[in-house]
Design a protein around this ligand. Structure first.
Ligand code: AMP
Ligand code: GLY
Length: 424
């Protein structure tokens, strides 16, 4: 089968690396891909949000499956576009319908969905500029810190956590009346703050059957000790030691089963990944958010721990019979450390030459923001390369990731030296 992956980050390189190992694969394409995905298939210069161009390419190249990496094409309806396209509805799209993608595309939708299906999450209310004053009143009933969430997609920047009530009111007004997040902020979810440790679960579903993939913990802040600005993610660890059998059972019974049943009961077509961001509140799992795709860099530790043929699993998802696969998960720890461009997540310089990748032997190198220029690999993104390693303990795996990083260099490279430390 010919397969097209949409996206260009570490998540998509990981999918490409894994799918390239499938005995079912004929040709692999990645749009637009990066310097790393080139090792596993052919990069094609198409914008994942240009559905007409994606379709033309698929028809010309006999592509039978599209694996969607990022959320934006999903929220914009790439699944539905192919379903409704007479000459291309034979192409399987791995990802939810636009309706299903609302789990990520609208915080208000996802909170209301959880409420309808009794899925544990923080108490909340949603406000618009029409009832700003009610928003102020609701904030007064809550305790600090205050959590404000722009309803729509805001490139990971739409959540504000504020310790001061007056500041929370000012920011609420900024989002609702002054367009701080543009259209994404025309509604704001205000919710209670949950105290605990975060952990993420990943489900692959055909809308009826599901497989629970390995869980992971992500490190979002730029600075060591979880300080500084939020990033897309600076590293990840899987498995997560506190997510033991008892916790996992609570997650499945209270969250995963009602989520899948809720989607089915509401006739929401969903053939793809569900990423559930959780807070462990004194041993009880509470949902922070859903995403309609895999996480990045969580994919870089989750997918390498799966020994099954991923393409075979995707085919079952597409056909709606995700039943024959018996998951075979490595019991080793996987860690990944993301190397970024100095300055990220704010301004950073681009096009620095990366050297030494060929000297790495103990880790898998997943490219996130790289471009091949003649024979040089250039750092062109904020997040540049993820170094994934295995070990019998977090310590053993992470030591390999750091040793591999020491072999690679580019001007102003930066990475956190404390990935996984909090779990030891
Ligand atoms: P989200 O974009 O919804 O994942 O939110 C970004 C981050 O904000 C999460 O990863 C959490 O660290 C934090 N967060 C969001 N909602 C809450 C909440 N209700 N209580 C505590 N932390 C939260
Ligand atoms: N690492 C967090 C995310 O992918 O949203």
């Amino acid at each position: 089968m010919n397969v097209l992956i949409l996206g260009s980050g570490g998540r998509e390189h990981t999918f490409a690396w894994k799918i390239a190992q499938s005995k079912k694969l004929n040709k692999l394409f990645i749009a637009p891909g990066n310097a790393g995905t080139k090792n596993h298939g052919e990069n094609v210069n198409i914008n994942p949000n240009d559905f007409d161009a994606v379709k033309t390419f698929c028809l010309a190249n006999d592509v039978k499956m599209i694996v969607v990496g990022p959320e934006e094409p999903l929220v914009r309806g790439v699944y539905d576009y192919f379903q409704n396209s007479q000459d291309a509805n034979h192409i399987m799209v791995i990802g939810p319908s636009a309706n299903g993608a609302q789990l990520e595309g609208s915080k208000d939708f996802s909170k209301a969905f959880m409420e309808r299906h009794n899925i544990p999450t923080a108490r909340y209310l949603t406000f618009t500029s029409e009832n700003l004053a009610d928003g102020y009143k609701f904030l007064e009933t809550l305790e600090a810190p205050y959590v404000l969430k722009a309803d729509g997609l805001a490139a990971g920047k739409g959540v504000l956590i504020l310790s001061d009530l007056e500041e929370a009111k000012r920011e609420l007004a900024n989002i609702l009346s002054n367009d701080k997040f543009g259209a994404a902020g025309s509604k704001v979810v205000i919710e209670e703050y949950m105290h605990g440790i975060e952990c993420s679960y990943f489900i692959l579903t055909d809308g009826e059957n599901y497989k629970i993939l390995p869980e992971a913990k992500d490190y979002k802040r730029i600075g060591e000790g979880d300080t500084g600005l939020n990033t897309g993610g600076m590293g990840a660890v899987s498995p997560v030691p506190f997510a033991n059998a008892e916790f996992a059972q609570k997650v499945e019974e209270r969250i995963i089963k009602p989520t899948i049943k809720g989607l089915k009961d509401e006739n929401i077509v969903y053939k793809g990944f569900i990423f559930i961001g959780l807070m462990n509140v004194g041993g009880e799992p509470m949902v922070i958010e859903y995403n309609c795709r895999m996480g990045d860099p969580e994919t870089e530790v989750v997918i390498p721990r799966i020994n099954n043929d991923l393409l075979e699993m995707f085919e079952e998802v597409g056909k709606g019979n995700l039943t024959t696969t018996k998951l075979d998960i490595s019991n080793q720890f996987a860690t990944t450390v993301m190397v970024v461009s100095g300055g990220y997540p704010e301004f950073y310089e681009k096009n620095k030459v990366i050297t030494g990748i060929e000297n790495v032997s103990d880790s898998i190198v997943f490219h996130a923001g790289t471009t091949l220029n003649n024979n040089e690999i250039l750092a062109t993104g904020g997040r540049v390369i993820a170094f994934t390693s295995f070990g019998n303990s977090i310590q053993e795996a992470i030591a390999k990731s750091y040793d591999s990083i020491s072999k690679v260099s580019f001007d102003k490279m930066y990475f956190r030296r404390d990935i996984g430390k909090d779990l030891l």
